[in-house]
Design a protein around this ligand. Sequence first.
Ligand code: AMP
Length: 607
Amino acid sequence: MPEAPKNSLKEKNEKALKFIESVTENADEVQKRVLSEILAANAHVEYLQRHGLNGHTDRETFKKLMPVITYDHIQPDINRIANGDTSQILCSKPISEFLTSSGTSGGERKLMPTIEEELERRSLLYSLLMPVMSQYVPELETGKGMYFLFVKSEAKTPGGLVARPVLTSYYKSSHFKQRPYDPYTNYTSPNETILCPDSYQSMYSQLLCGLCQNKEVLRVGAVFASGFIRAIRFLEKHWSILCKDIESGTLNSQITDPSVRDSVSKILKPDPKLAGFIATECGKKSWQGIITRLWPNTKYVDVIVTGTMSQYIPTLDYYSNGLPLVCTMYASSECYFGVNLNPMCKPSEVSYTLIPTMCYFEFLPVNRNNGVNSDSVSVPESLTEKEQLQLVDLVDVKLGQEYELVVTTYAGLYRYRVGDLLRVAGFKNKAPQFNFICRKNVVLSIDSDKTDEVELQNAVKNAVTHLVPFDANVGEYTSYADTSKIPGHYVLFWELSLNGTTPIPPSVFEDCCLAIEESLNSVYRQGRASDKSIGPLEIKIVEAGTFDKLMDYAISLGASINQYKTPRCVKFAPIVELLNSRVASTYFSPKCPKWVPGHKQWCKNHD
Ligand code: AMP
């Protein structure tokens, strides 16, 4: 491995930090330039013409004429592009592919148009992370990062464009695959193991390479906390075969992908001593601190634990013996947004500084009612003219205020509501730093799935049809994301109203579990059927009167009797305990729901 010249690394770090200083200091000017660049480049696209922008590139005209939108508004345009219309609908540059968001519309992944040059913007954001990190943790360039990174399946739209998740697109791009040697992107996983489409072979080979190089590893991570914990779970199941491979120096025959075999063979050498050490550690009853035991030089765990991923913090603390949990960036399929400039802070204090060159940012003020049972968010789906006028620019947000993020991107989204709620936690120069509060409307999430209340309600409605022959109904229900075991799973608490006298056989409730799963969105079903990152859905039947008790409890904590509504999802531990203490019977989904890559309407023959 070539040595990185120390000076050039120092210079590169300084350059990145200077860039952050400069764009945050001049945040408003940069934002003005970004908007005018986007509007000038796309002056002739159909969408802007439709709204009469007529070549204007200034903020005032833009804000006056362009509506603030959600995905549903542009879905017809997106569908045209997906079906092969190559005219300049949203963007003057050719749409290079669709990025499939984990947010859904009508049960299917949203399709975000992107253009080739966006890859450069994403790479730029990535290039800021380690210079920031190196201010807090020195000498990271002297070792490696063990990151569990994966590609997911991709599909083709009827018009021939590729549709895949943004990270799959990035890992398959030359920006990642042909990156020049850089000590900060020196990973234990060879590219071939990351790019292997078979999730078992990919995970196995990445863990094997990570174990073989255990002394060199200085940082470990994955994108989201759930992915990292899945890797530990995999190790729990497969350590003995991994140890055999390390002992003998030969890769077992389950790994069949030739490029994976080839790349692993360059790292895997017979090492009975290491194999013995790993077997001893993994064979111990307690797995507390397994990360620091197997990878003793690890300084931190790099995973996103903000938002719904915060549910995994206790598990990560357990496995890592309390190593710092570091959240470095905030990004989406629509656009990459920002970085955490104080990465060693506590997870509860993480704030992201939005980088003003990434897109044009606007913010819709939000008033959230913090209920006892759930956080209700009052943000209208469609905005009146008056509400549209309330949107503020990046440099005008107020400390402590919460906002919904709205972006205008180089790839052709204009005043698009991302669906994330953020709170201003401070400023870096003129640029605000935001705590990530939550994704609007999401009630349940285990991995990248995001299930909202309406989807859940529909799914329950579909399942309840199985109870009709028994003259039974679901009187009340709520839900809970159970992440105490890996993979986590959705739990529904049902209180039945029974009129019939025929007992309901367990198989009927199991059918209900499956009916709910079949009704949930494609990201959920993919997590269940393909990625196995979500476990079988569980219905817990609770005793009659349980939901009255729940209401009494909420009221005792200060909820208003008049306004009390059963929360459709519960998180507060005493409430979950109350529900669990009154469970009469439990049922699990007996099999995986159906899932096929691509959108339903593209794969009619699979249905
Ligand atoms: P996707 O479009 O599927 O990549 O999902 C993007 C969404 O993931 C964002 O809009 C956020 O809701 C969530 N997300 C991304 N980064 C973070 C982060 N650092 N903390 C919390 N949530 C995040």
